[in-house]
Design a protein around this ligand. Structure first.
Ligand code: NAP
Length: 247
C-alpha cells in the first residue's frame, strides 16, 4: 500500500521547483495531485509531465493571493472529488532589498503571496476538510523565518508569520482532526541556486553541518511524512530540513 493512496492533494506554486517535486513525490505515493500555479502554460506542462509518467494529476491557473479565484477552484475540486485530503501551501516569492531602501510595493507583494496566500488557501480548504473531519495542511516556511537575513526583511517576516500562523491554525483545527504543520527548508538546490557561482555555493555549504546543500527531494520526503498517517500525532510543528544549519 502506498503512503498517500487515493488522497486528493492540492499543491500551490507547483508548476516547477520544490512544489513540482512535492507533487511528483505525492503522485508516486498514490495521490491524485492538483497543481496550482500562476500561469496556464506552466500548469499544463507540469500536469502533462506527471501524466506521461502514469500519474493522476490535474491543474488550475490561479493566484494564491486572490481569494475569489481560490474559493471557486477549491469548490470545483471538492464537487468533483467529494473530498480534499491534503493542502501544501508552497507558492512563495522573494523581492529582496535592504530595509532602508525597500519599496512598500515589494513588502506588500511578498506578504500578499507568501503569508496572505497561505491564509487564503487554508481558510478556503478548511471547510471541506472539516466536513470530512480529516486533513493535513503543510505550509512551506524557510529557515530565514527563524533566523532572519539581511536584505530579506519582507521574506523573513512572511515566513516567520507562516510559522506562527501554522501554530494558531493547528490549535483551531485539532478538534476536527485536521493537522497543520510547517516545513522550513534551508539552502536547497533549485534552478535559482544552480545559477550561483561555485565559490558562493561552497561558502554556504561550509556553514551547514552536513556540509552540502539540500535537494528538492529532501523537502518532498518531509512533506510526504507530514501528509501521511505516519505523522498522525504531529501538529503545529515546524520541521527544519536544513542539514543542521540552525539548532
Ligand atoms: P520557485 O522555483 O520560484 O517556484 C515557486 C512557484 O510558485 C513558481 O512556479 C511560481 O510561478 C509560483 N508562484 C509565485 N507566485 C504565485 C502566486 N501568487 N500564486 C500561485 N503560484 C505562484 O520557488 P522554490 O525555490 O521552488 O520555492 C518554493 C517554496 O519554498 C517557496 O515558498 C520558497 O519560499 C520556499 N523555500 C525555498 C528555498 C530554496 O532554497 N529554494 C529555501 C527555503 C524556502 P512563476 O514561475 O510564474 O513565478
Amino acid at each position: 500500500m502506498k503512503r498517500l493512496e487515493d488522497k486528493i492533494a492540492i499543491i500551490t506554486g507547483s508548476a516547477r521547483g520544490i512544489g513540482f517535486g512535492i507533487a511528483e513525490k505525492y503522485a508516486k505515493e498514490g495521490a491524485h495531485v492538483i497543481i496550482i500555479d500562476l500561469f496556464a502554460e506552466g500548469v499544463e506542462t507540469a500536469v502533462a509531465k506527471l501524466k506521461e509518467n502514469g500519474f493522476s494529476a490535474e491543474g488550475f491557473a490561479a493566484d494564491v493571493s486572490n481569494s475569489e479565484q481560490i474559493a471557486e477552484i477549491f469548490k470545483e475540486i471538492f464537487n468533483t472529488h467529494k473530498k480534499i485530503d491534503i493542502l501544501v501551501n508552497n507558492a512563495g516569492i522573494t523581492r529582496d532589498g535592504l530595509l532602508m531602501k525597500m519599496k512598500e510595493s515589494d513588502w506588500d507583494m511578498v506578504m500578499n503571496v507568501n503569508l496572505k496566500g497561505t491564509f487564503i488557501c487554508t481558510q478556503k480548504v478548511c471547510r471541506y476538510m472539516m466536513k470530512k473531519r480529516v486533513g493535513a495542511i503543510i505550509n512551506i516556511a524557510s529557515v530565514i523565518g527563524l533566523m532572519g537575513n539581511a536584505g530579506q526583511a519582507n521574506y523573513a517576516a512572511s515566513k516567520g508569520g507562516i510559522i506562527a500562523f501554522t501554530k494558531s491554525a493547528a490549535k483551531e483545527f485539532a478538534s476536527r482532526n485536521i493537522r497543520v504543520n510547517a516545513v522550513a527548508p534551508g539552502f536547497i538546490e533549485t534552478e535559482m541556486t544552480k545559477k550561483l557561482p561555485e565559490d558562493v555555493v561552497e561558502g554556504y555549504a561550509k556553514a551547514i553541518p552536513l556540509n552540502k546543500m539540500g535537494s528538492i527531494e529532501n523537502i518532498a520526503d518531509c512533506c510526504v511524512f507530514l501528509a501521511s498517517d505516519e505523522s498522525s500525532y504531529i501538529t503545529g510543528q515546524t520541521i527544519q530540513v536544513d542539514g543542521g544549519l540552525i539548532m
